[in-house]
Design a protein around this ligand. Structure first.
Ligand SMILES: C[S@@+](CC[C@H](N)C(=O)[O-])C[C@H]1O[C@@H](n2cnc3c(N)ncnc32)[C@H](O)[C@@H]1O
Length: 341
């Protein structure tokens, strides 16, 4: 396969200049759940609703505010990626027959892929049936727990995850290995994951301030609940360990508000900050309550200070976004296995 026209590693250390003027395949039907069952009976807690299928396994809500936030975050990520939905070298003239979007959320990525590849069949799976009913005829959604064994009847040409940190107890065994098995030889697996960390290149973010303290606590809480929030930075080694070849990565920085001078990044940062701020209650309320025993009022109080910092353009923070893609080798292909100690 000729890969010379594709972009290789993008160095995360690239400095973003701040704006100094700124003021502050169809699954086996036996293994998916029909909507007539209790999957629509969403449990309610803290004034939010949560997924009913495998209730309690995922800490973020699934109500209308969260669905609106999900519908808004996909386009921001796409913009960060230079208007791309994927980086794997998919062929427009010979597109994948089957495409899978694992943990599809409101299904916006799957729907856009269905429009872009009208001859492909795109399948999106999620714990929550929160996808629209009116979708292109080649797009289908199923309620499924992707940490269970996958039982798809067809092999996929392309499998995708986006923003799934915090969904898995072990991404390698639950998702990457299963994706490897579910792909046809030569098929591609791609993950696009925001790392749960606030970074800063010029010292304007206080590592002991509200944002960093909160995210450190969130990472600890997620770890305790066995849903680690650190995923992006381990993707490449996981892909290689599982057996993917031609593994490539790109690392982006998504600003937390409108602090960059560059107009494109300024707009992306403004949108990301708004989206993040909108999501803070949903991200925090179950984890912080369950793990640290905090009351909803205490949690909300902490969030006020985080929102203040998050929206301050004097603070030049960003989150790293990792995109990794790799190919399942062809049968009989000579593969260089990674060196082991
Ligand atoms: C942060 S959202 C991201 C959704 C979508 N991929 C996107 O980029 O907008 C994570 C999604 O993963 C789903 N999810 C969590 N655990 C899952 C699991 N074990 N199996 C399938 N879906 C899961 C949640 O219901 C939620 O819709």
């Amino acid at each position: 396969m000729d890969l010379k026209n594709f972009q290789f590693t993008f160095d995360c250390s690239d400095f973003i200049e701040p704006d100094v003027c700124a003021s502050p395949a169809s699954p086996d039907p036996d293994d998916t759940i029909s909507l007539s069952e209790s999957v629509l009976d969403f449990p309610r807690e803290f004034g939010r609703t949560y997924h009913a299928y495998r209730a309690g396994s995922y800490a973020f809500p699934n109500d209308i505010p969260e669905q609106e936030r999900l519908a808004f975050q996909g386009p921001i990520i796409k913009r960060l990626f230079g208007d791309r939905l994927y980086f794997a070298p998919l062929s427009q003239s010979n597109p994948p027959r089957f495409i899978l979007d694992v943990a599809t959320g409101v299904g916006d990525w799957a729907i856009e892929m269905g429009d872009m590849f009208p001859t492909s069949e795109v399948i999106g799976t999620d714990l929550s049936p929160i996808q629209p009913a009116m979708v292109p005829p080649n797009v289908k959604f199923y309620v499924d727990d992707s940490s269970d064994e996958w039982n798809f009847t067809d092999k996929f040409g392309y499998i995708h995850t986006r923003l799934t940190a915090g969904c898995w107890s072990n991404f390698e065994t639950e998702v990457a290995k299963q994706a490897f098995e579910a792909l046809e030889p030569g098929g591609w697996f791609e993950s696009q994951e925001v790392e749960g960390v606030f970074s800063c290149d010029d010292g304007t973010l206080d590592p002991a301030g509200p944002m960093c303290t909160w995210l450190n606590e969130m990472r600890d809480a997620a770890e305790i609940m066995e849903r680690p929030a650190v995923l992006g930075s381990i993707l490449k080694e996981v892909f290689e360990r599982v057996g993917f070849v031609d593994v490539q990565d790109r690392i982006f920085k998504i600003p937390t508000n409108e602090w960059p001078r560059d107009e494109r990044l300024k707009e992306i940062g403004r949108l990301w900050g708004e989206n993040f701020s909108q999501g803070l209650n949903g991200f925090s309320i179950q984890l912080m309550n369950r793990v640290f025993g905090r009351s909803p009022a205490e949690i909300e109080l902490q969030l006020v200070k985080i929102r203040e910092e998050l929206s301050n353009p004097q603070i030049h923070a960003y989150m790293p976004v990792f995109v990794v893609w790799g190919r399942k080798p062809y049968v009989g292909e000579q593969v260089n296995t990674p060196m082991t100690e």
